[in-house]
Design a protein around this ligand. Structure first.
Ligand SMILES: [Mg+2]
Length: 402
């Protein structure tokens, strides 16, 4: 068989749902054979596109599409410095596209290439958010009606613990998203009390702290929430404060999920090997794609750690599809976050995963099983603007940092 090689690697930028998405297309010397991968770093989209087109494309042209492991290592080591989010997302775009191509060549979906299905579909969780407890209960009940059995509950978006009240902020403080860690912790405990009482024990509850509180308060929160039997508590500590997970474990059995900010294997190997977390939650493109994520899933399996790949809105449907392929094959699959894909995204990305009764399904097409309508994608251009939501501030006006 003649060698099929990479002809061109390019980035496609589109924002059909108002969020910047970056998809990489790897074209081959076979006219109809190409692959797609997710390289979405929504807040630095031009940097990723530049990395793909100015650096990876010249590096990869003419190379054999079959050698995924070789090409991943080549991309990861080529710039000498490694493991950054721009670089990793760019690598992921190519890596997923190469798996997509391999699947198409083998005429198999990726879940078949990786060993076949362990399950027919992956259980998902949805986000219920409101500034009030009553509103939150209402949101949760909508998901229960839809047969979603795992629900993330948040008072206010991004874990502000509801609307911040009575904050005494110094004069001339900067604009930003103000919140109070103490208020947040108190409101979060009350929230679990209320929701458990109202909706009972049959629903699995998840909560994301978004690293918003000081480390010792994180330990206290995990301990206080133990009584409400969470499915997991997410990001109570920042990656920079991982050592504190030991203390959390000594104090309580609240299941812990961690990882969406991880770039580097050194950020997870200690936590997994010492069983300090229960769910690995990396953003698959952020660690470099399917190749490292598959290795990570198998590593976690050895230590009883389950997967919960990050599945937010700032991820392309191609990335969601990659998550689902991993979910279907992994013995240690835990849960899949899935915020949903609107009808415009379905049009731009034909073959996107579908949801029914609390489960997400892949299709049986070869490769990732998803395509992109590039003409339609062009109608939804990306916009580059200053990211506001990460500019969180504490009651004394200072910027919240991990
Ligand atoms: Mg999160």
């Amino acid at each position: 068989m003649s060698k099929i090689h990479i002809k061109k690697v390019r980035a496609i930028l589109t924002a059909p749902a108002g969020i910047n998405l970056i998809v990489v297309k790897v074209e081959t010397n076979e006219p109809e054979l190409y692959g797609l991968g997710c390289a979405t770093f929504a807040y630095r989209e031009k940097a990723v596109a530049c990395m793909v087109e100015e650096y990876l494309d010249p590096l990869l042209r003419g190379r054999n599409v079959a050698d995924i492991e070789e090409l991943w290592q080549l991309m990861n080591n080529n710039a000498y410095w490694r493991n950054g989010p721009v670089e990793n997302n760019a690598i992921s775009g190519v890596d997923m596209a190469l798996w997509d191509i391999k699947g198409k060549m083998a005429r198999m979906p990726i879940y078949d290439l990786l060993g076949g299905k362990s399950r027919q579909a992956a259980a998902i969780y949805k986000h219920a958010e409101s500034d009030t407890l009553e509103g939150l209960e209402e949101r949760a009940r909508i998901f229960i009606e839809q047969k979603v059995r795992h629900i993330r509950i948040q008072l206010g978006a991004f874990s502000y613990g509801g609307e911040a009240v009575n904050l005494n902020i110094p004069l001339n403080s900067a604009m930003g998203e103000y919140y109070c860690p103490d208020q947040y912790v108190r409101n979060t405990v009350k929230m679990f009390e209320y929701i458990r009482k109202k909706i009972g024990d049959d629903v699995e509850l998840i909560h994301d702290t978004h690293e918003r509180i000081p480390a010792i308060q994180a330990v206290q929160l995990a301990k206080e929430l133990e009584q409400f039997r969470l499915f997991y508590l997410e990001d109570i500590l920042s990656p920079e404060q991982s050592e504190w997970f030991k203390l959390v474990r000594q104090q309580c059995t609240t299941p812990i999920a961690m990882g969406e900010l991880f770039n580097n294997p050194k950020e997870w190997d200690y936590l997994v090997a010492n069983r300090l977390i229960d769910f690995i939650r990396v953003h698959v493109s952020q660690i470099g794609g399917l190749t490292p994520a598959r290795k990570l899933a198998i590593f976690c399996e050895q230590f009883g750690v389950r997967t919960a790949w990050h599945g937010p809105g700032d991820l392309s449907p191609v990335g969601h599809m990659a998550n689902v392929h991993l979910d279907l094959v992994s013995r240690n699959f835990g849960i899949q976050e899935f915020v949903g894909i609107n009808s415009i995204l379905h049009e731009v990305f034909p073959g996107s995963p579908t949801v029914k009764d609390g489960y997400i399904y892949a299709n049986e097409n070869p490769g990732l099983g998803i395509d992109i309508n590039e003409e339609l994608a062009k109608k939804y251009p990306c916009t580059t603007k200053i990211t506001e939501w990460t500019q969180t501030r504490l009651p004394d006006g200072s910027l919240h940092t991990p």
